[in-house]
Design a protein. Structure first.
Length: 684
């Protein structure tokens, strides 16, 4: 790091006044209006991607208001019968905890295991109960607004995605290959599949090559370190304040390695600033922005010290992000046509409570309406398992079309960035698998492209922070408290972006065969992935994917559990359906449909039995319990008015005289309009 940059870093990142300087970059970005012309994604002319390192969503944002964090009212239940937060090892339980170190956002917090083996050990075939043995107790550590005020302020000014996942259960490079090319050579093409950070040189086509062929401009912004070649470690060097930390993963593809000066791939992927010679990190980016020559698509790779990789402080990254914002907003006309995606390549090993969607190992573990061959590794150099999706990681959508402090809860992964580029520039990435296209969105739902102006939210109060010196430091290893407790989220809600989901899961008993069937759908406009868990079976969980406008069904033999069934299906955006009962007798069934026209829920209560059934419906989000009498062999339809709960519902249906019967139905009815985050989070 040059002395000039060191001094500037101290000025910006140091002391209580430092955060005021950093937050100014947020205010400037939020104040510049969008160049709204067509009212579509075509109004965006520049897409910039800054992918940082190794933080999970809960680790950063689990305590932030209005997102699916520690206050999630519908977490999965572990085989132990306890909520997913209650991770154990050797009989000792560890819940998420806030380490007691002072100035945590400036601590050199320890990194954790994040390879294929460790990630799949924690994942445990979807059971999700082996985090402590696989990662250690440090996995449950999390940060708060007071630790990382800049990151929270960005979320409060712009849009945060709370169902954005890394693409791969494992290390940095494979996740970056998904972001840059759509896969890891899953079909064996070009030296794949790549399951770790081998960086051996690969031969499949990257998206930048497709852009080049299509005539769409692009560039990688980075520092060259000691050289972007093998001798220079492709930017990975010992000086953490120079180079690109090896995070320009295009350089692990042979077409870039073999490119020569003057070649397009060389000039756009293997050049950059030279901090060793006195350049500022952002000199090239600033020059392009000011000259109006910012490419259509840009990727930024930070030096190690600013990448937010443990063991480097999160707030070093805050300084770097603020400088990127300063550079992009230095020409308001350019920023008015620019979208910046700030995300993280993987979770490092830090816990996140949402079980990611994944492809089934076999038909015994789930089904899909689309081919999952490219999404399940059958075994070889490593143990068999799904490639991903991986854990949730932070994603901040920073642009003039995403102001207002919104949360977007559509399922995304790193290939969603490519999908957004596809949507805007029409260049398709053919490496993305059918399964990922079915369940992951293209990020357009995080924006408001209408011709109106959305007022940004007020900047929240935040505390300053003081950096240490600029040497490498020993890792700070968090220790959990002797007595754990589930953390609380900040009170309050945030506005939510409209989604395309209209999911349902219907249950049906077959007394003749002793089986209980579930039918899954994401609705007409969006595909969805569901996980089914059971507390009276040991052969689960199971995973199901239904592409848009299609459904898929599977059955469970209740002989396995002495005639009873206990099945809970989790889907996107807090969706849940639970089915408990006795499959030896005819019991009532309850189905639900979202009514997008009214924003209400339509219930159908069917009684196949020979006696009248009395069903009581209670909404956890308010209202008076209602009891319905359904005559033998009859069906009753009811509308649940959701106006008072912002179209959210969490219903429990019980049957008079049957203690073992339960139906639980929870979710959000979409009507094409912006809404508000789950009120169950705000009161948790």
């Amino acid at each position: 790091m040059t002395e000039l940059n060191r001094r500037r870093f101290l000025q910006i990142a140091g002391a209580t006044a430092g955060f005021t300087a950093l937050s100014g970059s947020i205010d400037r970005a939020a104040a510049i209006p969008a160049a709204r012309r067509s009212g579509t994604v075509q109004d965006i002319e520049h897409i910039v991607v800054l992918m940082q390192e190794n933080r999970s969503f809960d680790h950063y944002f689990g305590s932030m208001k209005g997102v699916r964090g520690f206050g999630d009212p519908r977490p999965v239940t572990l085989p132990s019968g306890k909520p997913v937060w209650n991770q154990t090892s050797g009989g000792k339980e560890t819940l998420p905890y806030h380490p007691d170190a002072a100035d945590l956002g400036m601590q050199f917090i320890a990194g954790l295991d994040h390879d294929w083996a460790g990630g799949h050990s924690a994942f445990n075939n979807g059971k999700y109960d082996n985090w402590i043995p696989a990662k250690g107790t440090g996995t449950m550590a999390y940060l708060t607004r007071g630790d990382i005020p800049f990151h929270y302020a960005l979320a409060d000014k712009f849009t945060v995605c709370d169902d954005y996942h890394c693409s791969f259960i494992g290390a940095t490079d494979p996740n970056r290959y998904y972001m840059l090319s759509g896969y890891v050579g899953n079909d064996g093409t070009g030296g794949g599949p790549v399951l770790g950070n081998e960086e051996a040189g690969y031969g499949w086509t990257t998206y930048a090559e497709r852009l080049e062929k299509a005539g769409v401009s692009w560039k990688v912004y980075q520092d060259v370190g000691d050289g972007l070649d093998a001798a220079g470690g492709w930017g990975w060097i010992d000086d953490a304040y120079r180079g690109n930390y090896g995070d320009n993963s295009l350089l692990y593809f042979n077409t870039y390695r073999n490119a020569k000066p003057g070649d397009a791939l060389y000039e756009k992927a293997r050049t950059g600033t030279n901090a060793k010679a006195g350049d500022g990190y952002f000199d090239v980016l600033k020059a392009d922005v000011k000259a109006g020559t910012l490419p259509k698509i840009s990727w930024i790779a930070a030096p190690e010290a600013f990448s937010e990789h443990p063991n480097w402080p999160a707030n070093y990254g805050a300084w770097y992000i603020s400088q990127v914002l300063d550079a992009l907003t230095s020409n308001p006309d350019v920023w008015s046509r620019t979208a910046l995606f700030i995300t993280y390549d993987e979770n490092d090993g830090y816990f996140d409570h949402v079980v990611p969607p994944y492809a089934p190992a076999s038909a015994n573990q789930g089904l899909s309406t689309v081919d999952t061959k490219l999404d399940y590794y059958p075994g070889g150099s490593r143990a068999a398992g799904p490639y991903g999706l991986g854990q949730r990681v932070p994603m901040l959508v920073v642009s003039p079309w995403s102001t207002g402090g919104y949360v977007c809860s559509e399922t995304f992964d790193h290939t969603s960035i490519l999908r957004f580029m596809e949507k805007r520039f029409g260049v398709k990435e053919t490496n993305i698998s059918p399964w990922r296209r079915a369940i992951c969105g293209d990020l357009t739902s995080a924006f408001d492209f209408s011709l109106k102006v959305t007022d940004p939210a007020d900047l929240p109060d935040t505390a300053g922070y003081l950096p240490p010196d600029h040497d490498r430091h020993s890792s700070y290893v968090p220790k959990p408290p002797a007595q754990g407790a589930l953390p609380k989220q900040e009170k309050g809600s945030r506005p939510s972006r409209p989604l395309a989901y209209a999911p349902y899961v219907d249950g049906a008993a077959d007394l003749a065969t002793g089986k209980y069937k579930l039918t899954f759908s994401g609705g007409q406009l969006a595909g969805a992935a569901f996980q089914v868990r059971s507390q009276n079976r040991t052969d689960g969980p199971w995973t199901y994917t239904a592409e848009a406008a299609k459904s898929i069904s599977d059955s469970w033999n209740s002989v396995y559990s002495a005639g009873s069934y206990d099945l809970t299906a989790h889907g996107p955006n807090g969706f849940l359906r639970a089915f408990k009962g006795n499959n030896k007798v005819a019991e009532p069934e309850v189905t639900a449909r979202h009514d997008g026209a009214t924003g209400n829920l339509l219930l159908t209560l069917r009684n196949p039995g020979t006696a009248d059934a009395h069903l009581t419906v209670t909404n956890a989000y308010g209202g008076t319990p209602q009891t319905y009498t359904v005559r033998a062999g009859a069906t009753v339809q009811q509308t649940v008015d959701l106006r008072a709960t912002q179209r959210w519902y969490d219903l429990k249906v019980v049957l008079d005289g049957s203690a073992g019967y339960l139906r639980r139905l929870a979710g959000h009815v979409e009507n094409g309009q912006a809404g508000v985050s789950d009120p169950g989070i705000a009161t948790a």
